[in-house]
Design a protein around this ligand. Sequence first.
Ligand code: SF4
Length: 298
Amino acid sequence: MGAYYRDFSDFLAELFPCKMQKIAVNAGFTCPNRDGTKGRGGCTYCNNQTFNPGYCAPALSVTEQLEEGKRFFGKKYPDMRYLAYFQAYTNTHGDIDRLMDLYEEALAVDKVDGLIIGTRPDCMPDALLQRLAQLNQSHRVIVEYGAETSHNITLERINRCHTWEETVDAVMRTVEAGIPTGLHLIVGLPGEDEQMIMQTIDHISQLPIATVKLHQLQLVKGTRMALEVEQGLYTVPQFTAEEYIDLCCKIVKRMAPTIAIERFVSQSPDALLISPRWGLKNYQFTNLLHNRLKELKS
Ligand code: SF4
């Protein structure tokens, strides 16, 4: 167990006998909240500038991306094993046979022992789940859903085009299929105060999830949210790093201890980020958080 909470390496250590490294893969998927399947325009905080046909047709195949990642990490850790992390956009949105071909392509790469598939909770049909459950017999499959919050009023405000009930349904079906399941949350969404944030932590703590990934809301140039804030339609929280660290300490205390916390912060490219601008690298933030947790413990 990490010093102050169950962390992602604790979770991986229970599934794999050796050290694992994630390699992010962009398989050229789109998003149902952009292509009209669920909505158009996307979530209000999501940067539409990065969505273009070039992105949807990555120059490198899944195998090439994984081999490139292995070359990078393998220099320092020759014995490392890998997880292919299907991260960009909605990685279960498409024809099921084509999806399975891409996942199997990743698993055919030497030293790749499993998959982490990032997706939306409204994008996991039973037919695909069954195929993933079969794949999970021979390799490790982990699914990560973008829940963002448990409050439907916020989900509507940020144009997620899915509900908290859909998140609960997707989690329950995935866990019943025997697949370890994680959630992604955003802390500080418009209209949410600390009480609402903690309610989300309470709600996710009641689910049989294995992992959670949090990050602070980032206001990013070129997004609908940035425009709406500029127009004065609403405000977004302006946490200082210290305030956010204190909030994370409360989240750690409140979260079910069985859930592994993978991270607390994220960093958009400097040229795109409007706020918050803390000037901290992720590992620097984590060190500060651990120091604060240590102080609180003593
Ligand atoms: S955040 Fe995810 S679901 Fe929302 S628009 Fe962006 S890619 Fe689509």
